[in-house]
Design a protein around this ligand. Structure first.
Ligand code: G3H
Length: 482
């Protein structure tokens, strides 16, 4: 509500996944703490957001587009001054490599600039008049109300801002709840929020999601839920809303994106793309390749090349050069991933590369597991980590059936040389997922492309221009032509 409050209540320590060695062994480093806000704090923030929106009469939702753009640009300038600090926190809090942390920051700055350009274009279109059957119409974009933005730990800055910025710029007021891992990096931005937006327009809530989010939803005053995380958590939040039909949802959820490698694929290219696709940020991306189907005539060759490349991948601290494998922020992750491998091995698969698996409390060397089949958890469970199941196939009907029967429908990558064979896969696949990648890994960007999913993978679409639509409603002003 336009002020930075000094917190005197209970706090929660934040430990980095980076371990330092003490006398008694390696230990996660404590790097800070955050306030454990209560239900009452959450409701006070909600009051501030609701008052600033004031049922659509507030200063923020009634401002001109140009004025709102001015506020957002002021924020962007202030945010850019915090680049070094935010990048450092990204490395220490979630173990993102220096290069990826810098990319995350710069991509966010570019996203804000592109959003401003997209809004100017949308506003230009909206200010046109249309005459139809004697009615002069102007279609405007109006805000929806209070938005609750909850981002994920793997892109705590970037993905949170892909909903926060469009929600704000379209005239909504916002409750922002940073993720559990990736929470500290919001502190250097608080001053920029305070100095760039009118009171009540941005309200940052700290604490446990299960404490602060349900009362907000129960109030019925949240007009839009912008949530990136698991479908179970999104469903639980939905159930709290007294009138869910009034709630707009912008959700980025889970995925189990497959790669399909055809028998004529360029294997060097396929391996390179599959390594980046399955292991960037240790596989902790919704868009990561999470299962690889390989034609059985080339599977041995693929596994040899893939394993050799994996064995050469560097691991270490996020700021070290040439490192791809870094510490995992979720404390239980190595144990969880080990359980997935053990389950697959029990059912007849094996780890085909050297040294795959946990090798310290927070490090996990990538493991390639083969041959994986439907009896194993790795076949259908979203591992969100560096374990890569490989499945042999003889007929593409098998991976297509896998995708049709999956709970998820985000993306797929297909690798091959014959244009006819590739084309014959595209048609059945476009009706199953929201992006078909040819000879390249799955990914969200570039951010001008639509980013969405089917089934349990997403609700609504987030691209620079789609997001402006997601956080607004088309409102018609219609006048009888006299
Ligand atoms: O975790 C899900 C993100 O949307 C992935 O984004 O493909 O740009 O890494 P990315």
């Amino acid at each position: 509500n336009g002020e930075i409050r000094h917190w005197e209540g209970p706090t929660q320590d934040v430990h980095s996944p980076i371990c330092l060695r003490h006398d008694h062994g390696p230990e996660r480093v404590r790097i800070g703490s955050f306030p454990l806000m209560t239900e009452a704090d959450a409701l006070a923030a909600l009051d501030a957001a609701a008052a600033a929106y004031d049922n659509g009469r507030g200063r923020w939702p009634t401002m001109t587009v140009a004025e709102r753009i001015g506020h957002v640009q002021h924020f962007a300038t202030q945010m850019n001054q915090q680049r070094e600090e935010v990048v450092r926190l990204l490395m220490w809090e979630i173990g993102k490599t220096l290069l990826d942390a810098e990319k995350e920051f710069d991509r966010t700055a570019a996203y804000i600039a592109d959003t401003v350009d997209a809004l100017k274009e949308l506003d230009r279109i909206s200010s046109r008049f249309v005459i139809e059957q004697g009615i002069i119409g102007q279609i405007r974009r109006a805000p929806l109300g209070v938005t609750l933005c909850m981002g994920p730990y793997n892109y705590p800055l970037n993905e949170t801002f892909t909903t926060l910025i469009p929600a704000l710029i379209m005239g909504n007021t916002v409750l922002l709840k940073p993720p559990r891992h990736g929470v500290l990096l919001f502190s250097p931005l608080l001053k920029a929020f305070r100095d760039s937006f009118p009171p009540g327009v941005v309200n940052t809530l700290y604490g446990a999601g299960r404490t602060v989010a349900p009362p907000l939803m129960k109030s019925g005053l949240v007009a839009t839920l912008a949530f990136i995380g698991t479908s179970a958590a999104a469903n639980a939040l939905h159930k709290e809303h007294p009138k869910p039909h009034r709630l707009r949802s912008v959700l980025g959820l889970e995925a189990k994106n497959p790669a399909i490698i055809l028998n004529d694929a360029d294997l060097n290219q396929a391996v390179e793309e599959c390594i980046a696709g399955s292991l960037a940020f240790n596989g902790q991306r919704c868009t990561a390749l999470k299962i690889i189907f390989v034609h059985e005539s080339i599977v041995d060759h693929f596994l040899t090349l893939f394993s050799a490349t994996l064995n050469a991948i560097g691991h270490g601290m996020p700021w070290e050069s040439g490192v791809m494998i870094t510490p995992l922020p979720e404390p239980g992750k190595p144990t969880y991933l080990t359980g997935l491998i053990e389950d697959a091995v029990r059912h007849g698969a094996r780890v085909v590369n050297e040294g795959g698996g946990a090798f310290s409390a927070t490090f996990f060397r990538p493991a390639v597991v083969y041959p994986v089949d439907g009896r194993m958890r790795l076949y259908s469970e979203e591992q969100f980590g560096p374990v890569i199941p490989v499945v042999p196939f003889t007929d593409t009907a098998a991976p297509i059936r896998y995708i049709e029967e999956s709970e998820y429908g985000q993306q797929v990558s297909i690798f091959g040389r014959d244009p006819q064979a590739l084309a014959s896969l595209v048609d059945p696949l476009v009706n199953q997922v929201s992006r078909v990648n040819i000879n390249s890994q799955c990914q969200r960007g570039p951010d001008v492309f639509p980013f969405t999913g089917r089934k349990d993978s997403a609700v609504s679409t987030l691209s620079v221009s789609d997001a402006l639509r997601a956080f607004s409603i088309r409102t018609l002003v219609a006048a009888r032509d006299v």
